[in-house]
Design a protein around this ligand. Structure first.
Ligand SMILES: C[S@@+](CC[C@H](N)C(=O)[O-])C[C@H]1O[C@@H](n2cnc3c(N)ncnc32)[C@H](O)[C@@H]1O
Length: 201
């Protein structure tokens, strides 16, 4: 989760129109946990690299990350996002009612898996194993071969094994060392990194 992610978009110029629309919704609902613009641009780029792809996201929030992906997705792509908060899910459904390539589901994150396997899967509200590794998505079930996985909101790696609050960071270790994935950490701005992984064929 990124406190300030919505607000940071106000300092960013040339936002895609769909992103501005979602930021306005987030502001209206006082939801400041949208992805940061740097993460949005990464999602836009990755979505654009999957023509005709099936793209999934856990945790729609107010649709800011989704808007970045919609802005980059090639024609023929299908996007699915799941959000457990009833009001936010309804608001994003209404906001993007004119986007036929997008389906927003009101449910727990596990419901998203029925729409996979995915060419690109963004874990931003369940499935990342951050609370407990047992709650992590299984890449060979959720991703197509060579499908990509994105998990944000890490602090850049400074030690090995990675640590968080003085403990070994088991969630990060899980993804970086996963036998079915090629994974790396991308530093997007000072103090924030994202794990990007690809399922081995
Ligand atoms: C960090 S925000 C998502 C931000 C959004 N992806 C973006 O890029 O702007 C996390 C969202 O995940 C939702 N969430 C948390 N746990 C969830 C779960 N188990 N299933 C579905 N959604 C969940 C929260 O309600 C919240 O709206």
């Amino acid at each position: 989760m990124t406190p300030g992610g919505t607000s940071l978009h106000h300092q960013t110029e040339d936002l895609p129109p769909l992103v501005s629309r979602a930021v306005e919704l987030a502001q209206r609902l006082s939801f400041d946990f949208s992805c940061r613009p740097e993460q949005g641009r990464l999602l836009q780029l990755l979505a654009g690299g999957r023509p005709g792809g099936v793209i999934g996201e856990t945790g729609a929030g107010c649709g800011v990350g989704l808007a970045w992906m919609l802005s980059g997705a090639a024609p023929g792509s299908q996007l699915y996002s799941v959000e457990c908060d009833r009001d936010r899910a309804a608001a994003v459904q209404e906001l993007f009612a004119d986007q036929p390539s997008l389906t927003v589901i009101h449910d727990d994150w596990t419901a998203l898996l029925a729409y996979g396997p995915f060419d690109l899967l963004v874990l931003d509200g369940g499935g990342s194993g951050k609370g407990s590794v047992g709650t992590a998505v299984e890449p060979t079930l959720a991703l197509k071969p060579f499908g990509a996985l994105v998990i944000d909101d890490f602090t850049p790696l400074t030690t090995w094994p990675p640590a968080h609050d003085g403990e070994v960071d088991l969630a990060r270790l899980h993804w970086l060392m996963h036998p079915d994935l090629l994974a790396t950490e991308v530093v997007l701005c000072p103090g924030m990194s994202t794990i990007v992984a690809v399922r081995r064929g």
